[in-house]
Design a protein around this ligand. Structure first.
Ligand code: F3S
Length: 393
């Protein structure tokens, strides 16, 4: 890769050890993927924040980087392994909480905004169309590329942090316009609405077409909540970082692909059936990706004056800023008076809850995937209304 004078100085250690390590990582990546140069980025989202993922080696690497490193662009964080303020109500151990706080403090020293959410675009890390960014967190990457029209590869935690410290990323993959065109047209021939059905559609497409960039037709409209659910599922089941949706997503399509595949109600039923284990539900997870304020308002109104079955645990995961507004609007009180818990800053996949529950219900196909694969729960994909009915029954 061709490096500017400043980049060469960074690589030589003139800007400190952390920046030198970051340059090493970016140069290695650039060489592997054939990038010719580094390009400026405007924002970063870092995943791999939970102590459950990092463990001691990850945390000491981070603390090392924090000795002399400082981010050069606006940088936010993915969910941590617990609610950073009310972790006790989620029955997180003292030891885990202490280590998780060390992780957050290290990111803070690095100059990262310690927001801890997988929907950074809902509260301030909102790139404009066409901007180059460096994000990890597969659902947010898919949303940023497809729905916002920003440009990012699927970064890992270390490469995203490196990009933040240097303010640049190697120019390859989805940063190049020629790699962003659709390869396949998919006609959706059934009704798709609600977060859970958008999640099921993501599973159908991911299972069938993998990472291929699709041009999707037949969806008349989609809300932010439906799109975030779709992005999370499609990125999980297919590893997809970019799709186009006719009349909904903003990216330019030079030519609609001639190869056409269809998705029918039968395909949707099969996907829903795959995520319908015969099981007793004792854990309900909503807010994957993190719940929007609109979703919290909806849930609060549904739960007002009602009581959750005490044998069931309900977590609604969201970003701290969203919860703060929900507090002011009285939504938090309505939800928590019912017995459900708002879990800010965290996510049911990266919280240390393996073995604590048996049967998980969620309106998120992504949560079902990891609930089953990582936490070994039996899972059921249901609409948000059905999840809430399940919690009350
Ligand atoms: Fe976010 Fe966790 Fe779901 S990171 S997308 S709430 S699995």
């Amino acid at each position: 890769m061709e490096l500017t004078r400043e980049e060469q100085d960074m690589a030589a250690g003139k800007y400190g050890k952390a920046t030198q390590t970051a340059m090493d990582i970016l140069i290695t990546l650039g060489e592997i993927y054939g990038a010719e140069k580094l390009i400026d980025i405007t924002s970063v989202q870092i995943a791999g924040v939970s102590y459950a993922n990092l463990n001691e080696p990850g945390l000491s690497w981070l603390e090392n980087m924090a000795q002399d490193g400082k981010v050069r662009v606006f940088t936010t964080l993915n969910p941590a392994g617990m609610d950073l303020e009310e972790w006790r109500k989620l029955a997180i151990s003292e030891e885990f909480a202490e280590n998780q706080q060390r992780v957050i403090e290290a990111f803070g020293r690095l100059g990262v905004i310690t927001t801890c959410s997988c929907t950074p675009y809902l509260y301030g890390n909102l790139p404009a169309y066409g901007q180059h960014i460096s994000w990890s967190e597969s659902s947010a990457v898919c949303y940023a590329n497809s729905v916002l029209g920003a440009k990012t590869n699927r970064e890992g935690g270390p490469s995203a942090l490196s990009a933040a410290l240097v303010g640049k990323t190697p120019e390859y993959g989805f940063h190049l316009e020629e790699n962003r065109q659709p390869e396949l047209t998919v006609e959706v021939k059934c009704e798709v609405k609600d977060t859970y059905r958008f999640g099921a559609l993501g599973k159908v497409l991911g299972d069938r077409f993998g990472k291929k960039i699709t041009y999707i037709t037949g969806i008349p409209k989609a809300s932010v909540e439906e799109l975030k659910s779709f992005c999370a599922s499609y990125a999980t089941y297919g590893g997809v970082a970019l799709f186009h949706m006719k009349d909904i997503t903003p990216n330019r399509v030079n030519k609609v692909p001639d190869t056409v595949e269809t998705v029918t109600e039968e395909d949707m039923k099969k996907a829903l059936g795959d995520l319908d284990d015969e099981t007793e539900i004792d854990f309900i997870s909503l807010g994957c990706p993190h719940a929007s304020l609109k979703e919290l308002e909806y849930i609060a109104k549904k739960l007002e004056g009602k009581s959750i079955n005490p044998k069931k645990e309900v977590w609604i995961t969201t970003a701290r800023p969203t919860k703060q507004i929900a507090d002011r609007m009285g939504f938090t009180k309505l939800i928590e008076d019912s017995g459900a818990k708002i879990a800010a800053d965290t996510c049911c996949v990266v919280a240390p809850i393996k073995g604590r529950f048996h049967g998980l219900a969620s309106d998120s196909a992504k949560m079902c995937y990891y609930g089953s694969g990582r936490n070994k729960f039996a899972v059921k994909l249901m609409s948000m209304d059905e999840c809430l009915e399940e919690a009350l029954s």
